[in-house]
Design a protein around this ligand. Structure first.
Ligand code: KIV
Length: 301
């Protein structure tokens, strides 16, 4: 089903021009996408962070293109207004430019994303130019680039000294020149993200890059307080849903063990005695039991 999405790359660029900050979050499934969309997120990233928060891996390197396509399809079904961006996984764009364009194309064609994001600076200018020429909007991603975790020697803040800051600044300029419509700045000092944001006409979206960017992105499980293994300095938890989930499951378990769930309110009855005269006499069934259950099931009983 095609939806009339309201936020496009043009909207995001206009937001920067008008000084409106951009709110971006990750999502990986339809239910969460619907919720964050209703919460007002301007953009939803189907990030390769799903390798960690969905697949339970240590880093993003093993995430496949098919993984991202699968999750993007779900997110696209759930979101109505937000711009949906699909991440290009490790080794789907680094080795061969033609393959990179085809892979990016699959994210739009099969996944239903509106744009793609890839990690890397200057060196990716030719491949980004090809994508853009092919009608694929590209968001760049520089600074701390998680797919280069081994090259960086860990997840470390980038661009703290002048030489590295200069290299990242040059990368940002190259991405704008290549035709990117926006850039994620991850794990860089606020002084650097301010300089980049001021010198580019395309929006910068920060994560661990301070408040001077044109927008912010957070991994939804971090934002909701559901990823409890560690909380990086740049994360703010806007809810404690990890605790909420644990408490809810514990309460459910208590009632299952005590035999108090399901209660009468959650129970269906047959319209007549099913097992002959020796069985307990059944109450007449209320009329609404012929109605669909609704909710996620949408089936009749
Ligand atoms: O994969 C991801 O979620 C990301 C964001 C952290 C920017 O790339």
């Amino acid at each position: 089903m095609s939806k009339n999405r309201q936020v496009t790359t043009t909207t995001l660029r206009r937001m920067k021009a008008e000084g409106q900050r951009i709110t971006m979050v990750t999502a990986y499934d339809a239910t969460m996408a619907k919720l964050v969309d209703r919460g007002g997120a301007d953009a939803i990233l189907v990030g390769d962070s799903l390798g960690m928060v969905i697949q339970g891996r240590e880093n993003t390197l093993a995430v496949s293109l098919d993984d991202i396509i699968y999750h993007t399809q779900a997110v696209v079904r759930g979101a109505e207004r937000a711009h949906v961006i699909a991440d290009m996984p490790f080794m789907t764009y680094q080795a061969d430019p033609m393959e990179a364009v085809k892979n990016a194309g699959r994210l739009l064609k099969e996944g239903g994303a509106q744009s793609v994001k890839l990690e890397g600076g200057k060196a990716f200018r030719p491949v980004i130019e090809r994508m853009v020429r092919s009608g694929i909007p590209v968001m760049g991603h520089i600074g701390l680039t998680p797919q280069s975790v081994h090259a960086m020697g860990g997840f470390k803040i980038q661009g703290r000294d002048a030489a590295n800051a200069n290299r990242i600044f040059e990368d940002a300029r190259a991405l704008e020149d290549a035709g990117c419509y926006g850039i994620v700045l991850e794990g860089v000092p606020v002084e650097l993200s301010r300089m980049i944001t001021e010198s580019l006409s395309i929006p910068t979206i920060g994560i661990g890059a301070g408040v001077e960017c044109d927008g912010q992105v957070l991994v939804i499980y971090d934002l909701l307080g559901m990823f409890e293994d560690f909380v990086p300095k740049f994360v703010k938890q806007y809810a404690q849903m990890g605790e909420g989930v644990r408490d809810a499951v514990a309460a459910y378990k208590e009632e299952v063990q005590a035999g108090t769930f399901p209660a009468e309110a959650h129970t269906f009855h047959a319209k007549e005695a099913l097992f002959g005269p020796r069985e307990v006499k059944l109450e007449p069934a209320p009329a609404e039991e012929d109605e669909p259950i609704g909710g996620m099931y949408g089936v009749s009983v």
